[in-house]
Every structure is written in C-alpha cells, then in structure tokens.
Write a protein that binds this ligand. Structure first.
Ligand SMILES: *[C@@H]1O[C@H](CO)[C@@H](O)[C@H](O)[C@H]1NC(C)=O
Length: 157
C-alpha cells in the first residue's frame, strides 16, 4: 500500500514539474504559440505580402491589388518592403513601401494567433502621395485598415 502511494507521489510530482516547466519556460511557449511572420500573407483586398524576419528587422516584397491612381504602383505593382518587428509571441510590426511613382505607404500593427491557430496581421496604413506644392499638402495622405492572413494557414500547435 505504501509502495503504491510512493509511486503515485513520484508520478504526481513529475507531472507537476512538466506542467510548471512548460508554462514558465518562455522559449517553449514562443516555439509553440508564437507568430512567425516569415512567409506569404494575403490582405482582404487580395494584395500579397512576402515577409522575412531577421531579428528586429523585416524585409520583403509587396504586390498590391489596388492603386490610388492608375499606374501609381508601377507596371508590376510590386515594391520592396522594409520594416521592424518586436519579439514575443504576438509581435508588433511596422513596415514601409516606396511605390514606383513616388508615393509611399507605411503599415503599423500586430501579429495575432486566432483561436484555431490562424495567424493574422492587423494593421493600420497611411499612404502618402506626392503633392505639387504645400498648398496641396492637406489632401495627399490617405488612412485605412488592412488585415493580412498567413497563406501558410493554420500553425501546428
Ligand atoms: C518561420 O517560417 C518559415 C517559413 O515557413 C520557416 O522557414 C522558419 O523556420 C520559421 N521560423 C521559426 C522560428 O519557426
């Protein structure tokens, strides 16, 4: 009887250590639950965003599905992305694009993991078009919201 009790006690202590070890170890949590922005993303408008994160920096390519004026984003509608990203399981991110005809866009937001494991980038953006003069400054900045879904789909949890 005492032998069985001793076995149970060892078993319970072992499980306790496993559970505590997992919840207290930030590295294992990041690996299991963290956003990984490296890969391909699609906006609700059909724009494609390829990102690659290296430490606190992100690089990539943006292929826009929309333009403020015909041709503003160039014939390929593609441009380079440069940005920054925080660490942690749901990092904040800011990235910018310079378009072929001299306008530029900056997005700022955060990567979230939705219930079910889908990764989403929730962002606000500002698009600046070049004004002819300071008199035209007032109406050359647009503001909006973009949500990007990771094309990789559901993360393995
Ligand atoms: C993030 O995803 C990319 C592309 O799937 C993969 O190559 C990379 O190893 C991942 N990074 C981490 C830290 O899981």
């Amino acid at each position: 009887m005492t032998w069985i009790a001793a076995c149970l006690c060892v078993l319970v202590l072992g499980m306790y250590q496993i559970i505590i070890g997992q919840t207290l170890n930030p590295d294992s949590e990041r690996k299991v639950l963290g956003c990984n922005v490296t890969g391909e993303w699609h906006s609700e408008l059909g724009s494609q965003l390829q990102l690659s994160a290296a430490g606190p920096e992100v690089r990539g390519v943006y292929r826009t599905a929309v333009e403020s004026a015909r041709g503003a984003a160039g014939p390929s509608r593609e441009a380079r992305v440069v940005g920054v990203i925080s660490d942690g399981p749901q990092p904040t991110i800011a990235f910018s694009v310079l378009w072929a005809k001299g306008s530029c866009t900056t997005w700022v937001g955060q990567c979230f993991i939705l219930p079910g494991g889908v990764q989403v980038l929730k962002t606000l953006w500002m698009l600046r078009s070049a004004a002819e003069s300071s008199m035209d400054n007032w109406d050359n900045t647009r503001l909006g919201e973009d949500q990007f879904i990771c094309a990789r789909g559901v993360e393995s949890l």
